[in-house]
Design a protein around this ligand. Structure first.
Ligand code: PRP
Length: 189
């Protein structure tokens, strides 16, 4: 970790641990989609690092597209109202879609997206997330491929931000007490 962050961040997953797990997920997805067309849908911005590394580790042909969604809430808490702010450019019809997310928290974002892609007649819709926070779930949505279960703490790095900071870091970190958002409740997140 960079020296300037030693009083702010605590490492939870090293870059090496993340890369090892992403390789395994890539191998699993490659096996599952060996003989069917695959489309990866990365959810901006958080998934940009994960999507790039995962795609490099999938050895079967696939296309890549991106979406951006906004869920309204109080800053750290989603209200469940989700809107699309950047839509897909490739057609979904007939494709086997794997949604690539950095984190599932309440589940509102993916619940909405999964239903929406199914309505567009995707052949199948699965979810691959790097970090699953099952304890925080408000709706019943589960990932088919999960990198890591991390129940607590405000996570940053490897795409995840706090106020747009830390996304570029290669590992995943907790913000140390005193550096978390003012309305963040460690018991909840
Ligand atoms: C985060 C994350 C997911 C969503 C998960 O995105 O990347 O898309 O929240 O939360 P949920 O399960 O409670 O719906 P965020 O809105 O922070 O945008 P960002 O990826 O651009 O940082």
């Amino acid at each position: 970790m960079l020296m300037e962050y030693q009083d702010t961040l605590k490492e939870i997953l090293s870059p090496e641990e993340i890369q090892k797990r992403v390789r395994e997920l890539g191998e699993e997805i490659s096996r599952d989609y060996e003989s069917s067309p695959l489309m990866l849908v990365g959810i901006l911005k958080g998934a940009y690092q994960f999507l790039a590394d995962l795609s490099r580790n999938i050895t079967t042909p696939h296309t890549v597209d991106f979406m951006r969604l906004k869920s309204y809430g109080s800053g750290v808490e989603s209200s469940g109202q989700v809107t699309i702010t950047k839509d897909l450019e490739l057609p979904v019809l007939g494709n086997n879609v794997v949604i690539v997310e950095d984190i599932i928290d309440t589940g509102y974002t993916l619940d909405y997206l999964k239903k929406m892609l199914s309505l567009q007649n995707a052949a199948s819709v699965k979810i691959c997330c790097l970090v699953d926070k099952k304890e925080r779930r408000q709706v019943d949505v589960n990932a088919d491929y999960v990198g890591f279960d991390i129940p607590r703490g405000f996570l940053v790095g490897y795409g995840l931000d706090y106020d747009e900071k830390y996304r570029y870091l290669p590992g995943i970190y907790h913000l140390l007490p005193g550096h978390e958002p003012a309305n963040f409740r460690p018991s909840d997140r």
